[in-house]
Design a protein around this ligand. Structure first.
Ligand SMILES: Nc1ncnc2c1ncn2[C@@H]1O[C@H](COP(=O)(O)OP(=O)(O)OP(=O)(O)O)[C@@H](O)[C@H]1O
Ligand SMILES: [Mg+2]
Length: 272
């Protein structure tokens, strides 16, 4: 089966003098319905890659293809049948309207949907992302968790097939992280393709596949649990705490990936 999203030998730099390109021949392919995590440390280019996948910026060399169609060029408009939605790392860079309901309506209005359909989507989005009581509130007054739910709701209202999420749990406290991750999982369960950028392995244990972004390219690909054992210090990833404790106890000699407290307890019982 043809992959849904292909990054083909991407070269990209912001064009500052004497700068090395951020990506030098980066390639990656995702299948439809996949939950893909892309992990990398600060400044490796996660947000840049997210924008390239959405066509907000274009590569210097190489090509991004969605369903076989390059994002640039005469056939580019056919990618609209596979809309790509980007949830920005910083909600304040995404939110533009003066009320929560208007923010959610903005995308469907831009898609020139009939007024009745816009109203329906806004109602459903507010309900789904638990924002009904905040519909008339100014977005700037929302909490971090509410702002994140608003950007997800505004994206959902456009019904994209491909969701590009740039560090969606950043700046949230643990309960808000749990709620947000569950909302994302629900979107994925409904068949959407999810590309999740981050640096914490414990956030992406549910991913089908993880790609590690480092030094301008993808340096590792595999299942999230494999990464707990395979991660290199220099990749700057945050591993699950129980996994780190287990690695300390075993001096890094265990082939058993520990992702949770329960697994740590089981590993300790097994080792005695
Ligand atoms: N608009 C821009 N103009 C010039 N340089 C930029 C621009 N945006 C990002 N950069 C640079 O590109 C590199 C990659 O930045 P990017 O924001 O994509 O990294 P990131 O992996 O998302 O980082 P973080 O984990 O901090 O969010 C950095 O060195 C950054 O300074
Ligand atoms: Mg970023």
């Amino acid at each position: 089966m043809q992959p849904l999203v292909v990054l083909d030998k991407i070269v990209f730099g912001y064009g500052r003098e004497n700068d090395q390109p951020i990506f030098h021949g980066l390639s990656m392919a995702l299948r439809q319905g996949e939950f893909r995590a892309v992990l990398g440390p600060n400044g490796t280019g996660k947000s840049t890659l997210a924008k390239l996948i959405c066509g907000i910026i274009q590569p210097t060399q190489g090509e991004v293809r969605v369903a076989g169609v390059p994002l640039e060029g005469p056939a580019a408009s056919s990618r609209l049948s596979y809309r790509v939605g980007l949830v920005f790392q910083n909600p304040d860079h995404q939110i533009i309207a003066t009320s929560v309901a208007e923010e959610v309506a903005f995308g469907p209005c831009n898609l020139q949907l009939p007024a009745g359909e816009v109203r329906k989507r806004v109602r459903e989005a507010l309900e789904r992302f638990n924002l009904e009581g905040l519909a008339e509130h100014p977005p700037q007054m929302l909490s971090g968790g509410e702002k994140r739910r608003l950007t997800l709701a505004a994206t959902w209202a456009m019904q994209p097939d491909i969701w590009v999420l740039d560090e969606p749990l950043a700046m949230l406290d643990p309960p808000a992280q749990d709620v947000t991750l569950e909302l994302i999982r629900e979107i994925h369960r409904e068949g959407k393709t999810v590309i999740y950028f981050g640096h914490r392995v414990d956030e992406v244990l549910v991913a089908d596949l993880v790609s590690v972004l480092f030094n301008g390219g993808i340096v590792w690909e595999g299942e999230p649990r494999e990464l707990i054992l395979a991660a290199k210090e220099e990749w700057g990833l945050t591993l699950p705490e129980p996994g780190r404790i287990w690695q300390q106890i075993t001096g890094g000699n265990s082939n058993f990936p520990v992702a949770s407290v329960e697994e740590l307890v089981a590993a300790l019982w097994g080792s005695t």
